[in-house]
Design a protein around this ligand. Structure first.
Ligand code: ATP
Length: 276
């Protein structure tokens, strides 16, 4: 597949976004009990870019993503080795609180998961309570509008902010989840197949939102949709777990190169739909 003129691939920002952060994974290995599922994976996810993680089912993409915001360690029996650095600071340093790591590295999941009975407004600010952030009413109102606007949802919900989040369509719920993630001002946003439960129109809107958001937050997205990886990402990393071995990165680089002239024939075969 070649990249075409419909690409939404954003360019790295040149604007006044001083807080853009790079995320670097160094030699990450992961286990569930005795089962090793990732083997020494290293990847730098550049500030102000969208990095897509691609590869067949079961090669460890979601596990890798969960390690990037310290969710992996919550799973009973799960363990890991290696380092994750957010702007050169160790995310797993003993002095760093886990809630702080999650605030700085947010996550949007495959299935939209707003609090269904909570209002749209309260959904957006729900993360503030969890992180113990206190702000006044006016600032809160402004934050809700800002985050809903950034998630591309403000115009659709501005007149019904007190309606329950669960009353929105699937695509709107996913954009509400993006707004909720943004409200705590993360420096990195992880997205685990955020469009796989959505129709093509909602998918397109989320992709447009990603293209706009990357000006202020570094994005890492797992996707099985190669057209989507081509449209939204600047960089791609191809994961593979061959013949029962733990997942590893075969190749990574600029998306255009990964699709048009990768070094490894397995990368070419995968992105062109020949397996997986
Ligand atoms: N909670 C868990 N307990 C035990 N094993 C797990 C758990 N979660 C994932 N695994 C195993 O870890 C390996 C990697 O799974 P993971 O979900 O990270 O892969 P993936 O590439 O994201 O797959 P998919 O594309 O299907 O989501 C698989 O062998 C899977 O069975």
């Amino acid at each position: 597949m070649s990249l075409d003129s419909t690409s939404l691939m954003p360019t790295a920002p040149t604007g006044p976004y001083g807080s853009l952060a790079a995320l670097e994974a160094r030699s990450i290995s992961a286990w569930f009990g005795q089962h090793k599922v990732l083997d020494r994976v290293s990847l730098t996810m550049a500030a102000g870019e969208v990095t897509a993680l691609i590869g067949p089912s079961g090669c460890g993409k979601s596990t890798f993503l969960r390690i990037l915001n310290r969710m992996h360690e919550l799973i009973p029996g799960a363990s890991l080795a290696g380092e994750v650095l957010l702007d050169d600071q160790d995310l797993y340093a003993p002095v760093r609180r886990i809630t702080d790591a999650r605030r700085q590295v947010g996550m949007v999941f495959q299935k939209p998961n707003p609090f269904p009975t909570m209002s749209i407004y309260d959904n957006v600010v729900a993360g503030l309570r969890l992180t113990g952030t206190r702000i006044g009413r006016d600032a809160r109102d402004a934050l809700v509008e800002e985050c809903l606007a950034k998630a591309g949802l403000w115009k659709e919900v501005r007149d019904r902010l007190r309606s329950p989040g669960g009353a929105l369509s699937g695509g709107q719920q996913q954009r509400l989840c993006i707004a909720r993630s943004l409200a705590v001002r993360p420096r990195v946003l992880l997205m685990d197949e955020p469009c796989s439960a959505l129709d093509p129109t909602s998918t397109r809107r989320i992709e447009e939102t990603i293209a706009e958001l990357v000006a202020e937050v570094t994005i890492v997205i797992v996707t099985h949709n190669m057209q989507q990886a081509a449209r939204v990402s600047n960089q791609c990393a191809f994961f593979l777990a061959e013949h029962g071995t733990p997942g590893a990165i075969v190749e990574h680089g600029p998306t255009e190169v990964m699709f048009d002239s990768p070094q490894d024939s397995r990368t070419y075969d995968y992105v062109h739909g020949r397996f997986g």
